[in-house]
Ligand binder design. Structure first.
Ligand code: F6P
Length: 425
């Protein structure tokens, strides 16, 4: 019986709960035992303090059917219920009692059942917590993480996160045999455990609002973030129109301009700055002013300029919203305001597509784990032309890093062709 754990890592994104729900429910249906790891990789490193470890008899039993309703029977088997009501504080540092009477103190790797994830697909953020773990970036941290997983008997891991988190997954997978050997040599695990856990099954799902991962068309959470941005621009439009003002909006996306560009298209912005298309450092201010003035000349009462947070000019100098505002005020005499949308873009309930995509990809992730052999690569689950895909995790991570490198070297053709193979053709 495969024991699957799922964790969410890095910046949260809408749809991560739907991932956890889909993975847990699919895995139960397929006869696996299901676990969650709280607070991303940090939870793997912290593990469960001795008093809170599941005994093997508890772990062996598992739910008797996917639709076990009786919370009592599940509680008797050591499940934690209604994690959602932990509401962060409880989950964050493991202090306090679980409202259902169970404490999560000292427990980061938690057995869950069908009822625990009920209704999760419509919740924003990630209810199992996330972190950008510093400890897991060290080999020592990953060794402890491997030890904690093996102690609980977990042999398969689903990681949902952005490029950094999936890079971590790839490193963990590559190091795994060495980590297991070391644990055995140090006498921390038995020979039997070392043999049973010789191979780590790991699969990545891309949860990120940035839509910056290569080898997939869309990342989980990006459509919702885009929707949030559009809602904000709709709100700003009415006040901008009333005062005939200009607004400069800074949107997230790190080194990727997808959110900014799609928001510009969706909301009819006057001008947009994205990292992938840096304007001429000596000309962009003039070009922007000419364009905006021409819109004003034909009677437009409002101006919207979108600046991706990673936008650069041709000399690789950052383009800042405040700078754009000053130019619009001074050169065109426009009454201009800056709005940084910030984390409103990342929060809130997932849109329909950020429930559908993680559900389909969560199912595929469990199937990929069940198909895994020591000879198959670890996969990242993607989506291409509306079809759910499996691509080698290592390749996707490598290509994403190459894109970032190409952008930093101003080789935009290369960056675009790596991000989108069709661009190559
Ligand atoms: O990667 C997701 C993201 O929201 C980026 O768009 C943004 O640059 C960053 O995370 C913000 O990180 P934090 O939430 O740690 O401030």
């Amino acid at each position: 019986k495969m024991k699957v754990a799922v964790l969410t890592s890095g910046g949260d994104s809408a749809g991560m709960n739907a991932v956890v729900r889909a993975v847990v429910k699919t895995a139960i249906i397929k006869g696996c035992e299901t676990w969650i790891v709280r607070e991303g990789y940090e939870g793997l490193v912290r593990g469960n303090s001795e008093g809170h470890r599941h005994t093997s008899s508890v772990a062996e039993k598992g739910p008797t059917s996917p639709r076990v309703k009786g919370t009592e029977s599940q509680e008797a088997e050591g499940f934690v219920h209604n994690l959602r009501f932990g509401d962060g504080e409880l989950l964050k540092d493991g202090t306090g009692d679980h409202p259902g009477g169970r404490t999560l103190k000292g427990r980061y790797i938690v057995r869950v059942g069908w009822d625990d994830v009920r209704g999760w697909f419509s919740e924003g953020g990630t209810l199992i917590g996330t972190a950008r773990s510093v400890a897991f970036r060290t080999r020592e941290g990953r060794l402890t993480g491997a030890h904690n997983m093996i102690k609980e008997g977990i042999d398969a891991l689903v990681v949902c996160g952005g490029d950094g988190s999936l890079t971590g997954a790839d490193v963990f997978r590559a190091e795994w045999p060495g980590l297991v050997n070391e644990l055995r040599n140090e006498g921390k695990i038995t020979d039997e455990q070392a043999t049973k856990h010789a191979h780590l099954k790991i699969v990545g799902l891309v949860g990120s609002i940035d839509n910056d991962m290569s080898m997939t068309d869309l990342t989980i959470g990006a459509p919702t973030a885009l929707h949030r941005i559009c809602e904000s621009i709709d709100n700003i439009n009415s006040t901008a129109y009333s005062h005939s003002r200009a607004f400069v909006l800074e949107v997230m996306g790190r080194h990727c301009g997808w959110l900014a560009l799609m928001a510009a298209v969706s909301c009819g912005a006057d001008f947009v700055f994205i990292p992938e298309n840096p304007p001429d450092a000596d000309k962009w201010a003039d070009e922007m002013c000419t364009m905006i003035q021409s819109h004003r000349d034909i009677g437009k009462r409002k101006t919207i300029v979108i600046v991706a947070e990673g936008a650069l000019d041709s000399k690789l100098q950052p383009i800042r919203a405040e700078q754009v505002k000053d130019i619009l005020s001074e050169r065109l005499g426009l009454d201009t305001r800056v709005t940084t949308l910030g984390h409103t873009q990342r929060g809130g309930r997932p849109c329909a597509f950020d429930r559908i995509l993680p559900t389909l990809q969560g199912i595929e992730a469990v199937e990929a784990l069940l198909d895994a052999t020591p000879d198959t690569p670890s996969y990242m689950i993607g989506v291409r032309e509306n079809k759910i895909t499996r691509v080698p995790l290592m390749e996707a991570v490598k290509m994403t890093r190459e894109v970032a490198q190409a952008i930093s070297e101003k080789d935009f053709e290369k960056a675009m062709s790596l991000r989108d193979p069709e661009f190559r053709e």
